[in-house]
Design a protein around this ligand. Structure first.
Ligand code: NIG
Ligand code: FE
Length: 410
């Protein structure tokens, strides 16, 4: 075999069932092993003695540091203008998130700030946040629109997301968050706005700017019927759907995602057993957003045990946004998934690798260290994989390869 890069003497959390992940070998671990890379793909994983005759353009010898798949964040609102620390102060003085939203703050205040910025200004602000993600080993990131609520700004957000992916050489998945909040110009005309959003969906899709479609199904946002209309158009266009579901109340949104064979139901604090069963049947991923839970001082924990019982795959994500999760740290989300939601560190790592890949429909190319998959790898200076969830505010990343290319880390 000939490799572009051969990494040897690594401890590897493969997250790959071929190495016993999900069965009898936590993290699918292999010790003191090797990964071979050719043309951006993984072409060998295993014990060094199984390598046989081989050559490599570059050999990287490790001292038993840990390799994991590069992390994937499957739910962010990374592209936005402004800042909402004023609302943080208001919440500390007793005004809650729903009240702030009803009074024209919340999402709408970020909409105003995002509309005002030029493409370049929005790009620069967003790039600062993206760098944080990359520095923590994130190689794939989903970025939603949804702070424009008019065609020009929604398009601007999606184009910024696209450019970020191109400039930083990371995989950006662009989601049109079509129904996030009702813009003030459509007050009391929600159904008209839904019609319009469906029209924009067609246009933005025609411009190749959309990988998936999302909405916010909640009392303070859009109802099931309205979301269903949007999802029908997405289905017609062959675009996968996902949903901000059951965050503040049970709107039966996760069931709707299952009906549409969608990718994921996200937040899901108020998720019912009935809908967990439906998610399980259809392979819908449950996306946990513990930083948003923490910020809003929620007390209702997502039904983790029931999801385990019905074998619903769980992903973990930052929800990076200026309102409920002003965080760019997926490692912190991993810690919070364990401390607040009682995930095991193995579930937490699965949540940002193999299960996050599934939540993005990328399970065949990313999220595991497996022959044939993209060579997206992170090297960590840690003693064991649980350290990634255990450490708080300590980033032990020491190398990152995306599609076989070594990335510059700041
Ligand atoms: O994922 N739930 C709705 N959307 C975002 C919050 C957006 C905001 O407050 O700006 C979320 O939590
Ligand atoms: Fe969100």
């Amino acid at each position: 075999m000939n490799f572009d890069t051969l990494i040897i003497n690594a401890n590897i959390a493969t997250m790959n069932p071929e190495f016993g992940y999900g069965n009898n070998n936590p993290y699918g671990t292999i010790i003191n092993s090797a990964v071979g890379i050719k043309d951006g793909k993984i072409t060998f994983v295993g014990q060094i003695e199984n390598l046989g005759e081989c050559s490599a353009n570059k050999v990287i010898e490790l001292k038993n540091h840990w390799l994991t798949p590069a992390l994937l964040d499957c739910h962010t609102h990374l592209v936005y203008g402004g800042n909402r620390s004023n609302e943080f102060e208001m919440r500390l003085n007793g005004v809650d998130y729903t009240e702030i939203a009803k009074n024209g703050g919340g999402i709408l205040s970020t909409v105003r700030a995002t509309r005002e910025l030029s493409f370049d200004e929005l790009y620069e602000l967003s790039a600062i946040r993206l760098k944080d993600f990359i520095n923590q080993g994130v190689g794939t990131i989903e970025i939603k629109s949804g702070y424009g609520l008019d065609l020009t700004t929604e398009k601007k957000m999606l184009m910024v997301a696209k450019k970020l992916g191109e400039e930083f050489n990371v995989n950006v998945q662009k989601t049109y968050l079509a129904l996030h909040a009702l813009p003030p110009e459509y007050k009391d005309k929600a159904d008209d706005y839904v019609e319009l959003a469906c029209e924009w969906l067609r246009q933005l899709h025609a411009e190749n700017l959309i990988d998936a479609v999302d909405a916010f199904c909640e009392n303070i946002a859009f109802n099931r019927e309205q979301v269903s209309k949007l999802f029908s158009v997405a289905k017609e266009l062959n675009l996968p759907v996902k949903l901000h579901a059951e965050q503040l109340s049970d709107m039966n949104g996760a069931g709707l995602v299952a009906e549409f064979n969608g990718l994921s139901a996200d937040h899901i604090e108020y998720l019912s057993e009935e809908n967990i069963k439906k998610m399980s049947e259809k392979g819908v991923v449950g996306v946990l957003l513990p930083t948003a839970f923490y910020t809003l001082k929620e007390t209702k924990v997502p039904p983790i045990d029931l999801m385990r019982k019905y074998k619903v795959k769980m992903a973990v994500s930052t929800d990076c946004n200026p309102g409920t999760s002003p965080s760019t740290s997926l490692l912190l989300a991993m810690n919070m998934a364990c401390t607040l939601f009682k995930l095991t560190p193995e579930e937490s790592l699965a949540g940002v690798t193999v299960n996050s890949a599934k939540a993005l429909g990328l399970e065949h190319s990313k999220g595991q260290i497996k022959v044939g998959m993209d060579a997206d790898l992170v090297l960590w200076d840690i003693d064991r994989p649980a350290d990634l969830s255990y450490l708080i505010g300590q980033n032990r990343l020491s190398g990152l390869w995306l599609q076989g290319r070594e990335m510059k880390i700041n």
